[in-house]
Design a binder for this molecule. Structure first.
Ligand SMILES: O=C(CO)[C@H](O)[C@H](O)COP(=O)(O)O
Length: 234
């Protein structure tokens, strides 16, 4: 069956995802990202698994775990595999130059950050629409917060200048993360100092994790209409 996509942006994501999947070698411990780009990567790893490649994987969401299992990919945990060789994931925005990220529009940011933090190499896969000059230019910063006292947490986020929307699922109900928490999407507009903002967000009691990924990216594979580009930290 052909996996060619009619949607040109999806096709770009797929090409970048296949390039990233090619970085996985025999015996590696691999972080499996979440979202539509990561789904293409897992599909490709599934194909290579069927061809005989053997590796161990730690998924960043229940959905990615389910997809990996459907291909027979071996899933492991941090208990037995504390060090990840390569983590491959998508992103919602990539800041040119710094390669800092906003992640979490898919809702998996907390597990994604834990896996990225444990990885020797963190490879981000995007199409070129995700590259921005300043984080926050197009998307909010998703912030995972505890359900208890969330309105108090929201007020403190607003005090930092965010316009807040509580994440809802497709049915209009409050979105629940794999960890059982909620997400507040924080619209800051273009962020001049994402390092400082992350520090301030971490200080707020009730904030579990934010979608700002600062200083974690090893490499970005960008799919453009003219082909693939690889970006390293400047
Ligand atoms: O951070 C994420 C999920 O929490 C995703 O990586 C991000 O939302 C990109 O998704 P997609 O590949 O579907 O564009």
């Amino acid at each position: 069956m052909s996996t060619h996509n009619a949607d040109p942006r999806a096709e770009l994501k797929r090409q970048a995802a296949i390039e990233a999947a090619d970085m996985v070698k025999e015996g590696m411990v691999v972080g499996l990202g979440s979202g539509s780009t990561s789904a293409f990567m897992i599909e490709e790893l599934g194909r290579r698994w069927a061809d005989g490649l053997r590796f161990s994987a730690i998924p960043t969401s229940e959905r990615s775990a389910e997809q990996a299992r459907s291909h027979g990919i071996k899933l492991v945990t941090f208990a037995t595999h504390p060090q990840i060789d390569i983590d491959i994931d998508g992103a919602d925005e990539v800041e040119r130059g710094s390669l800092n990220l906003i992640k979490g529009l898919g809702g998996a940011l907390f597990r994604e950050k834990i896996v990225a933090a444990a990885a020797r190499k963190f490879v981000v896969v995007v199409d070129d629409s995700k590259i921005v000059d300043r984080l926050g230019a197009r998307v909010p910063v998703p912030v995972e917060v505890a359900n208890f006292g969330w309105t108090s947490t929201a007020r403190q986020l607003e005090a930092l200048g965010a316009k807040i929307s509580q994440r809802l699922d497709r049915g209009g109900n409050v979105f629940v993360t794999d960890g059982g928490n909620m997400i507040l999407d924080c619209h800051f507009g273009p962020i001049a100092d994402s390092v400082g903002l992350q520090r301030e967000l971490e200080q707020i009691v009730g904030v579990i994790e934010t979608g700002l990924f600062i200083g974690r990216t090893s490499e970005v594979i960008v799919a453009t209409a003219d082909g693939l580009q690889r970006l390293g930290v400047a």
